[in-house]
Each structure stands twice: as structure tokens, then as C-alpha cells.
Design a protein around this ligand. Structure first.
Ligand SMILES: Nc1ncnc2c1ncn2[C@@H]1O[C@H](COP(=O)(O)OP(=O)(O)O)[C@@H](O)[C@H]1O
Ligand SMILES: O=C(OP(=O)(O)O)[C@H](O)COP(=O)(O)O
Length: 396
């Protein structure tokens, strides 16, 4: 790999700012999937064992510059310490006096987590003064957040311009595994893209359809496409203003020969709650006051048959609101089908994304996939061949 790794870094007694992705799924104050935490253990342990002062930088949610309990990284300290098996200090800001005092108090080998970088608007704008304020607490920068590497933010990109910078072990492992599994994929290649981050992921589909033979669109993403086709999606999660982009993608797919597979039926409820009364409707008959919370059985069968024809499958974004039973049905059934085909040796399967990995673990089949990435959006952008700002800046 042509980027700098921890093998190249001198970290003893240095203040090492480590960008990690702690944007983990949380329900009722509990982290529901530890994968992202588990994946950063090797980097943190290695740095700590080498005598570095380990200072973790991360974002949580999309607070857009507004601090809140709900988006505080404080709730991640305990699970992080538990998984690491080491003590983790916490500072209530990532810059300024609070951060400095906590960093100054660190002994060699100790670990400190700084509060959510996105509590400052300047983080996402990658503002030079904010980069400087973060860099004031570090001698070395390590980026171990592949899943945030598609963002050119202060803590993912800016810092690498002002401090000696290196890829962490998780970043390194992700890039190596993706290259090995998907660098030259066996065709047909099928992508499943679902989930809720419609506006940030819709644009990348335009390039993705040039790389894959079929694109299954599910979850909240599908609703935007269905609306663009003129279907009524009731009160479902849907970005109606993105309908023109969705239509352009469908037009382009016809030209590039990429099949687009959309739901033909959907499970509709009236409350966003587990066990909410629900009914399956054809896609032409969604009630105006209903919410699509899962793909229906016919759609699930259709997706299974597309998977049966695939040699390679990539998946980001659940097919429904899988956190709420029974709206996990299509996601779980599809995950089990992918796992079965993979175990039979018929499929190379790569799933990624904070919630997607949680969903695959919920289905009990994550270990049966060829590879599980911590990344969703970053993984899809890597797949579309786009340079990732957080990776580019680490190159030799
Ligand atoms: N039809 C739907 N309506 C509302 N939310 C949905 C729907 N389908 C999927 N979701 C939600 O999408 C979220 C995951 O989306 P996203 O963040 O894009 O995935 P990832 O974190 O894997 O990249 C889940 O919390 C799930 O509840
Ligand atoms: O959870 C993440 O991405 P993912 O939902 O694509 O897996 C990353 O932490 C990036 O978060 P962002 O999409 O708010 O920049």
C-alpha cells in the first residue's frame, strides 16, 4: 500500500491524535453494535503499548455545530473502555482549555477521548483555524476512520496537512481487504443500497451504476425513487426534492445497462414503533397516511433471485427499519440468503456501514459474509472509484 502506516511512525511519549469512527448505533443510551469499537482496538493498543499519549477524535451523529447530551461521546466511553480493557479519560471539548488540560494531564500510554468534533461547525467546513486548534494538542496524527474518509473535514483531512500523519491499522486493514475482495470483482456484480442517508448517498449512485451490473434499491432510498416514478409513498421517509436526481440515475442506468431493482410491495405502518400494526401493499396502493417501513415478501423474493445470479455482492443500507421488529424481516431474510450463497462458495459478499453491520449481526450472519467493512458511504465511494480525501492525504 502506498500510504504511511504505524510502521513508519515514531510515537513514544508523543501526543498522538487518532481519528476514529465512534458513530456507533445507540438505543436507549446503549451501544447496540460494537463492531466499530472492536476494529479500532489494535491501533489504540499498539500506540498505548508503544508509550504514546493516545488522544481520540471522533464525531457522533450530525449535530451541525450544536452540543447536546444526545450526541455526546460521553455515552461511548464505558463501552470503549470495556472493549479495550483499558481506562479511557474523557474531555468535554475537542479544542480549547478543557481539551488542553486533559491532554496535559496524560501520562505515556494513557488514552483520552475528546468530545464530538461536530459540536463545532468548523469541523465539517475544515476551517484552518479549527484545524490549528485541534493540532495544538498533538504531535502526530493517525487516521483510523476509514468509514469517515469520504469526508474532507478538519479531523479527517485537515489535520493530515499540518501534522506528520499515518494510517491506523483499521484503515490499513479496510483498504487491503477491499482491494483483495473487490479490486477485480467477478461479474455479475450486484449492489444493494438502502438505509436512511438518502441525500448523502443518492449522488454516488450515478457513478456506482457504471461499476455494477444490477442495483437493488431499498429502505428509505427506495422511497425517493418510487416517488420519482410517480408512486404515492404516503408519509414514508422520502426526499421528494431529489426526485429529478433519482430520475437521471434511472435514465443513465438504462444507457449503461445496469438493471435497477425497486420494491414491488411494501410493509406499511402508521407509527414508527416496534410491533406497530402493519399491512403489506402493492407499490401502487400505498395508503396516503401510511409509512413504508420494510420491503414486502414479493420484493424480498425478487432480491433473492437477483442475488442468485450474482458472483459479487456489495451491500450498504438496510432494506427497512430493522431496529423495530417486525420491520427487520426483509433485511434479515436477504442477509441470510447472501450468507447461504457465500457459504456455498457461489458469492463474494461485502457488507458495510454502521447500521448495516448492526443489521447483519442482528440477522446472525455477519461472520458468513466474505468481508464486513465498518464503512457505508466511504465504502460505496471507494467502490465507485472516487478518491477519498481522508486516504489521499495519507499517501506517500
Ligand atoms: N423504510 C425506511 N424508513 C425509515 N427508515 C429506514 C427505512 N429503511 C431503512 N431505514 C433506516 O436506515 C437506517 C440506516 O441507514 P444508513 O445510516 O444509511 O445505513 P449505514 O449506517 O449502514 O450506512 C436504519 O436506522 C434504518 O432504520
Ligand atoms: O456512519 C457513518 O457512515 P455510514 O452511515 O455511511 O456507515 C460515518 O460515521 C460517517 O458519518 P456521516 O455520513 O454523518 O458523515
Amino acid at each position: 500500500m502506498n500510504f504511511r502506516t504505524l510502521d513508519d511512525a515514531d510515537v513514544k511519549s508523543k501526543r498522538v491524535l487518532v481519528r476514529v469512527d465512534l458513530n456507533v448505533p445507540v438505543a436507549n443510551g446503549e451501544v447496540t453494535d460494537l463492531t466499530r469499537i472492536e476494529r479500532i482496538v489494535p491501533t489504540i493498543a499498539e500506540l498505548s503499548d508503544k508509550g504514546a499519549k493516545v488522544i481520540l477524535l471522533a464525531h457522533f451523529g450530525r449535530p451541525k455545530g450544536i452540543a447536546s447530551e444526545e450526541n455526546s461521546l460521553k455515552q461511548v466511553v464505558k463501552p470503549l473502555a470495556r472493549v479495550l480493557g483499558r481506562n479511557v479519560h474523557f474531555a468535554e471539548d475537542c479544542i480549547g482549555d478543557k481539551a488542553k488540560a486533559a491532554v496535559d494531564a496524560l501520562m505515556d500510554g494513557e488514552i483520552l477521548l475528546l468530545e464530538n468534533t461536530r459540536f463545532h461547525k468548523a469541523e465539517e467546513k475544515n476551517e484552518p483555524d479549527f484545524v490549528k486548534a485541534l493540532a495544538a494538542n498533538g504531535d502526530v496524527f493517525v487516521n483510523d476512520a476509514f468509514s469517515a474518509a469520504h469526508r474532507a473535514h478538519a479531523s479527517t483531512e485537515g489535520l493530515a496537512h499540518v501534522l506528520p500523519s499515518f494510517a491506523g491499522r483499521s484503515m490499513q486493514a479496510e483498504l487491503e481487504a477491499l482491494e483483495k475482495g473487490l479490486g477485480n470483482p467477478a461479474r455479475p456484480v450486484v449492489a444493494i443500497v438502502g438505509g436512511a442517508k438518502v441525500s448523502t448517498k443518492l449522488d454516488l449512485l450515478s457513478n456506482l451504476i457504471e461499476k455494477v451490473d444490477a442495483l437493488v434499491i431499498g429502505g428509505g432510498m427506495a422511497n425517493t425513487f418510487l416517488a420519482a416514478q410517480g408512486h404515492n409513498v404516503g408519509k414514508s421517509l422520502c426526499e421528494h426534492d431529489l426526485a429529478p436526481t433519482a430520475r437521471e440515475i434511472m435514465e443513465k442506468a438504462k444507457k449503461t445497462g445496469c438493471a435497477i431493482i425497486l420494491p414491488v410491495d411494501a410493509v406499511v405502518a402508521y407509527r414508527f414503533e416496534a410491533d406497530a400494526p402493519n399491512q403489506t401493499y402493492g407499490i401502487d396502493a400505498i395508503p396516503a397516511d401510511g409509512m413504508i417501513l420494510d420491503a414486502g415478501a414479493l420484493s424480498t423474493e425478487k432480491i433473492a433471485s437477483v442475488i442468485d445470479d450474482a458472483k459479487t455482492l456489495i451491500w450498504n443500507g438496510p432494506l427497512g427499519a430493522f431496529e423495530l421488529r417486525p420491520f427487520d424481516t426483509a433485511t434479515v431474510a436477504t442477509a441470510k440468503h447472501v450468507a447461504k450463497r457465500t457459504k456455498e462458495g457461489n458469492l463474494v459478499s461485502v457488507g458495510g456501514g454502521g447500521d448495516t453491520v448492526a443489521a447483519l449481526n442482528h440477522a446472525g450472519v455477519a461472520d458468513d459474509f466474505t468481508y464486513i467493512s465498518t464503512a457505508g458511504g466511504a465504502f460505496l465511494e471507494w467502490m465507485e472509484g472516487k478518491p477519498l480525501p481522508g486516504v489521499e492525504v495519507l499517501k506517500k
